[in-house]
Write a protein that binds this ligand. Structure first.
Ligand code: 7TS
Length: 396
């Protein structure tokens, strides 16, 4: 059996998305900006895809949605544009992000910090959550931007973006949110809260890789990301990725249609997995489940290195993760576990299971069985588990 439980890293492309994209490789391959039929025959599909994307986040027509190549690009763009427009010019000198943003925000913030910008990294509490008031406490009249994600990719923790957006508006500070892990899992409505920029990425909601977007509120223009021709309103020049845009449109439509299913059925499967795994002794989950996206479970098994667990799972055909794939090559402890100040022996034990609407009950039951066996096997050979104080005292 092969079980894919790493949907926060990427998702299967919905077959309907794939078939909608297919004609735009070999049949309708014209450059949409050319002046002939090969170009114009791409226009209806592009228009319809963009309408679906706008509808998916409830963006008003006058606002912009610029298609990029990924969320990393969108996140880089916002922070670097703010650097050029506000920091370099001396109008402002400060930005605020959370300490558990995706590396595409943190590394960009560190880069502009190295160029002289002051950066505040907001802490999370022991539940893996952010207190919106901490944003208010850190804003100064020199703050240009606050960037706090809508949902965390490691824990699924949902951050209070409505409150944070309101605080930013009150102080006339730009607000960006990375909604990559929110689309298709919780409602994302740019008119329901004060937000100036919002990032998302098609491959996280059953669309293709290599296509992301940035929503930009009217009046909150950024400097162009790529100077050149006039594509994407001059924000991001370069020949349009027609198949990709068509795919993201279809995937967005699918994400909206499946939202109820995700919030109820996927949640039920996740909860079942969580309930069963928590029955194993010495297991811990950071964020309360009602404060999390419905598909995510980050769980620690005391005494077991996350990577050892992944090995056993992989041997049994199950794909999970110890954290963001973007950071997984350096075998560091999970960044969220570190941020909450988890004891050293727990920081390395977190395993992330992330489900999707394609996950089945059978797959979850199989996973529970495999994890239980793996925990037993790995704890038997774990010197750190054998000598945790509790087990030591009880003579184990
Ligand atoms: N933002 C968040 C919140 C993410 O989770 C990711 C990918 C990105 C940005 C980057 O997206 P991309 O479109 O540039 O690929 N996160 C993960 C993860 O959690 N495991 O692997 C990739």
């Amino acid at each position: 059996m092969r079980v894919y439980l790493d949907n926060n890293a990427t998702t299967i492309v919905d077959p309907h998305v794939f078939s909608e994209m297919e004609p735009f490789f070999v049949q309708k391959y014209g450059n949409p900006n050319s002046l002939h039929a090969f170009a114009s025959e791409t226009h209806p599909a592009l228009k319809s895809a963009m309408e679906k994307i706008y509808a998916g986040i409830n963006a008003p027509k006058e606002d912009s949605v610029v298609v990029t190549s990924c969320a990393t690009e969108s996140n880089n763009w916002v922070l670097k544009s703010v650097y050029f427009e506000y920091i370099l010019t001396g109008r402002k000198n400060h930005i605020i992000i959370s300490e558990v943003e995706h590396p595409s925000v943190i590394a960009t913030a560190k880069f502009i910090e190295s160029q002289g910008c002051r950066v505040t990294y907001l802490p999370i509490n022991s539940d893996g959550l952010i207190d919106a008031q901490s944003v208010r406490d850190n804003i100064t009249d020199k703050t240009a931007l606050v960037s706090v994600m809508m949902a965390n990719n490691e824990t699924g923790a949902i951050f209070p973006v409505e409150e944070i957006g309101a605080i930013c508006k009150e102080h006339n500070v730009l607000f960006h949110t990375d909604a990559v892990q929110a689309i298709g899992k919780i409602s994302v409505n740019v008119q329901a809260f004060d937000v100036d920029y919002l990032t998302f990425s098609a491959h996280k909601f059953h669309g293709p890789k290599g296509v992301g977007a940035l929503y930009i509120k009217k009046g909150k223009e950024l400097i162009p990301l790529l100077h050149g021709g006039s594509q994407m309103g001059g924000y991001r020049s370069g020949t349009l990725n027609v198949a990709g845009i068509v795919g993201m449109g279809k995937a967005m439509e699918g994400a909206v249609d499946a939202l109820d299913f995700e919030m109820h059925d996927v949640r039920e499967l996740r909860d079942h997995l969580e309930d069963e795994l928590l029955k194993i002794e010495d297991t811990f989950v950071v964020t309360p489940r009602e404060k999390r996206t419905p598909n995510t479970l980050l769980i620690s098994f005391r005494g077991i290195e996350g990577e050892s667990m992944l090995w056993d799972l992989n041997q049994a055909g199950i794909a999970a993760s110890t954290g963001s794939a973007c950071a997984s090559e350096d075998l560091e402890s999970n960044p969220v576990m570190e941020a909450i100040g988890a004891e050293a022996d727990l920081a390395h034990t977190a395993v992330r299971f992330s489900l999707s609407r394609y996950t089945t009950q059978e797959e979850i039951d199989y996973t529970i069985e495999v994890v239980k066996k793996a925990v037993k096997r790995l704890r038997e050979i774990s010197s750190s588990y054998a000598y945790t104080p509790k087990n030591h005292e009880s003579g184990l």
